[in-house]
Design a protein around this ligand. Structure first.
Ligand code: ADP
Length: 347
């Protein structure tokens, strides 16, 4: 059984102005998060990601649909029983949300105190957590004395204190620089692998999904427009809306404006070749073009790596007689995805 199951979940908010339509923040979302997943939820700002997290976290009630967390249907649960559900879910935030007047140690101890742990147990657990996140030497420091990455490590230690089954990370690396992001993501990966915690990562950043998520849901306008294995979704999106979204976050696909600029700068026909992991078709494309006697130049492209599997998009400007180019592209279509950028730059 999945750890979290959402079935046809909708959340609407009353309109800001009287008489206007209600805001549909989450729209008929159905998804399953398996035990042990690092499940990414990606989408632009306003897509409904944070609302979805607040629903899973039982911080807000859904308007309709059902949400089952660890076998418990939280949509029908009375408030006093929701506290136990929330206790099984840890949470980290973009702005860390640490208590500035408390030391690192007291921040991490806080949820344990609330849960009624004994002082000896709290001391032992806090020491263990601070060792795990690499901050044993900062126990007496205050948040303002820490770097952003260290603050988020404290946030992670605090979120894990009561041994939750699920950790929700809401834009947890969005305030960090790339190097620190990398370190925090490494730590989250260890939380998942070494402690068996299921992680839900909410982000607008592709790099985050790429580096730690095992499965992903793409959100737009409150809806999940595509979900599945990360490599599958990003290397071969099925739905036109998610293809559009993926085009904006994946390296190598020129935007319409970039296509227009390429067209101005380069003579010849602009053709994008898309490749997926494991096939040798990339080399074959160059061979096929060379054998047809065509001149070509690489003008745009990028290779993406998702957990050790590569896929990419390379755009070439190809020069030669149209009929010769057409015949070569025909041959190449048998082993690679070929997309020609139309003359006016529209795709
Ligand atoms: P994201 O996290 O993807 O940026 P949100 O879940 O914050 O998206 O917001 C989704 C939509 O719901 C937005 O249109 C937002 O304005 C609206 N929304 C979110 N929370 C509330 C609220 N408490 N009251 C009214 N509208 C809200």
């Amino acid at each position: 059984m999945p750890l979290v199951t959402l079935t046809d979940v909708t959340k609407t908010y009353p309109p800001a102005l009287k008489g206007a339509d209600p805001v549909v923040a989450v729209d008929a979302v159905t998804l399953e998060i398996e035990q042990g997943d690092v499940f990414g939820i990606i989408g632009y700002s306003g897509a409904g990601k944070s609302t979805l997290v607040r629903l899973i976290n039982a911080l807000e009630p859904a308007t309709s649909g059902s949400i089952v967390v660890d076998g418990v249907d939280i949509t029908t649960l009375p408030e006093r029983r929701l506290r136990a559900v929330r206790g099984g879910i840890g949470m980290i935030f973009q702005q860390f949300n640490l208590f500035s007047a408390k030391t690192v140690r007291a921040n991490v101890a806080y949820p344990l105190k609330l849960a009624g742990w004994s002082k000896a147990d709290i001391d032992e657990r806090v020491a263990e957590l601070l060792r795990f996140v690499g901050l044993a030497d900062k126990a007496r420091a205050y948040p303002e004395q820490l770097s952003g990455g260290q603050k988020q490590r404290v946030g992670i230690a605090r979120a894990l204190a009561t041994r939750p089954a699920i950790l929700l990370a809401d834009e947890a690396t969005s305030a960090l620089d790339p190097q620190t992001t990398h370190e925090v993501l490494d730590l989250l990966r260890r939380v998942n692998e070494e402690q068996g915690v299921t992680i839900v990562v909410i982000t607008h950043e592709m790099d985050v999904i790429q580096s730690i998520a095992t499965r992903v849901a793409v959100m737009e306008n409150g809806r999940v427009i595509e979900q599945g294995d990360v490599f599958q979704v990003f290397s071969d999106p099925q739905n036109p809306a998610s293809r559009r979204f993926v085009g904006t976050v994946i390296k190598g696909i020129p935007s319409p404006a970039e296509s227009a600029a390429l067209r101005e700068r380069h003579a010849g026909r602009l053709v994008t070749f898309s490749f997926r992991d494991g096939d040798s078709s990339q080399a074959q494309v160059f061979l096929d073009l060379a054998e047809a006697g065509l001149g070509f130049e690489l003008v745009y492209g990028g290779i993406n790596d998702i957990r050790g599997r590569a896929f990419g998009h390379l755009t070439l400007a190809i020069r030669g007689a149209d009929a010769v180019i057409d015949a070569a592209l025909q041959r190449i279509r048998a082993h690679a995805t070929v997309t020609e950028i139309a003359a006016e730059g529209a795709r």
